[in-house]
Design a protein around this ligand. Structure first.
Ligand code: ZN
Ligand code: ZN
Length: 153
């Protein structure tokens, strides 16, 4: 297979493909293309920008295909939706579980996100919500603010 992305991204894709197949899911060529694009970006990307990106990578996908692929990647915990930005970001917890529910720190200035997976913090948070009888809808928890670089300006 001809390498489309950088060595480190290709290695990550191979690792993620292994994780998928261990669960009986397939990181197909199209899914790999989109995932590679998100890993290369290293920041949240909007679905329509992914259409452009995959075009640059040699295979332009339609928006509906992109959304289907993003659904799969989210279900398998490889990608998180960033609602605050209406964009998608590659999970940075590559050893994590598909079920994980990270904190996403979203910078309002540079639109970078930082993923935090802290079981103690997350556990306390969700236990508290459960004790209130609040049923959460799933997905990540977004906190908007300024990243250290932007806050220091
Ligand atoms: Zn994650
Ligand atoms: Zn920032």
């Amino acid at each position: 297979m001809v390498s489309t992305y950088s060595m480190s991204v290709e290695q990550t894709l191979d690792r993620l493909a292994g994780r998928c197949s261990a669960k009986g899911a397939q990181l197909t060529e199209l899914r790999r293309l989109v995932m590679g694009s998100l890993l290369t970006a290293g920041k949240p990307v909007k679905a329509y920008d992914l259409v452009e990106e995959t075009g640059r990578a040699g295979r332009r996908l339609t928006p509906s295909t992109i959304y289907r692929v993003l659904d799969f990647l989210q279900e398998n915990g490889l990608v998180h939706k960033v609602n605050a930005l209406n964009a998608y970001v590659a999970c940075t917890d590559h050893g994590g579980h598909s079920e994980h529910r990270p904190l996403l720190l979203v910078c309002r200035d540079c639109q970078s996100t930082t993923e935090i997976n802290d079981p103690d913090l997350g556990g306390a948070f969700f236990n508290r919500l459960a004790s209130l009888g609040f049923k959460t809808a799933g997905g990540s928890i977004e906190v908007r603010g300024q990243c250290p670089a932007c806050a220091g300006k």
